[in-house]
Design a binder for this molecule. Structure first.
Ligand SMILES: O=C(CO)COP(=O)(O)O
Length: 258
């Protein structure tokens, strides 16, 4: 086990309104014991409209759950209708922001250049990016998963200095495993996560690469988390569907007991 603290982050996607969010985080906080946070960081990435409610709850009850957003604008302010800036997320005391999730790349045309601009925007405002990379089924079938994921990493980190990059979280999410029930094998996850760390070492040096947390995401459940977490370069998970089920999410946080 490495010195990196695993990060279990629930990506709620477009689920749970602000009232449901309060109930969900309350249930989660009640289910988690102090010792659950000792060796594991727990976070939820919620819809923008939930953030203020989650902040109020976390602040008011002094919860140890971290929270963040699922996207951020590449711009800081101005005439960008519908966008949310890093400054706005920072004001809501977000810790994390997901960048380049495959659903944003696929449905919102986000390129590596856009992801790069968003990573820089996150750092300008003191937010920690959770940068998502991962290949689709066609690329996987052609054996191109490593090259594809490394190219996305390179693109998103262009001109990002080591002092910033050392705090980034990278999430390897093979698109074919998202929401499909089709989970990558632990060896599949390790192959790409290990290659990502290797590239981070080339870009920033071994010491920085060893600090960076790399998550796996894609049909993670309580039943498969332990085997995935046993891989040397996997430092947590980005969890979609199972994060909407408090019991399952708590079991994932307690992966050491599975
Ligand atoms: O996209 C994901 C997390 O960001 C994974 O989603 P599922 O866990 O529902 O497969």
């Amino acid at each position: 086990m490495s010195a990196r603290t695993p990060l279990m982050a629930g990506n709620w996607k477009m689920n749970l309104n602000h009232l449901e969010a309060i109930a969900h985080v309350q249930k989660l906080a009640f289910a988690l014991a102090d010792k659950d946070y000792e060796g594991t960081e727990v976070a939820v990435l919620v819809p923008f409209t939930d953030l203020r409610s989650v902040q109020t709850l976390v602040d008011g009850d002094k919860l140890k759950i971290k929270y963040g957003a699922q996207d951020v604008s590449a711009f800081d302010s101005g005439a960008y209708t519908g966008e949310i800036s890093g400054a706005m997320l920072a004001k809501l005391k977000c810790t994390y922001v997901a960048i380049g999730h495959s659903e944003r790349r696929q449905y919102h045309g986000e390129t590596d250049e856009i992801c790069n601009a968003k990573v820089k925007a996150a750092y300008r405002h003191g937010l920690t990016p959770i940068l998502c990379v991962g290949e689709g089924l066609d690329v996987r079938k052609a054996g191109g998963q490593v090259a594809h994921s490394l190219a996305q990493l390179d693109g998103a980190l262009k001109d990002v200095p080591a002092e910033q990059a050392e705090s980034i979280v990278v999430a390897y999410e093979p698109v074919w495993a998202i929401g499909t029930g089709e989970v990558a094998t632990p060896e599949d996850a390790q192959e790409v996560c290990g290659a990502l760390r290797g590239r981070l070492a080339e870009l920033y040096g071994r010491e920085v690469a060893d600090k960076i947390r790399i998550q796996y995401g894609g049909s993670v459940k309580s039943g498969n988390i332990a085997a995935i977490m046993a891989q040397p370069d996997v430092d947590g998970a980005l969890i979609g569907g199972a994060a909407l089920d408090v019991d399952d999410f708590v079991k994932i946080v307690r992966f050491r007991d599975q």
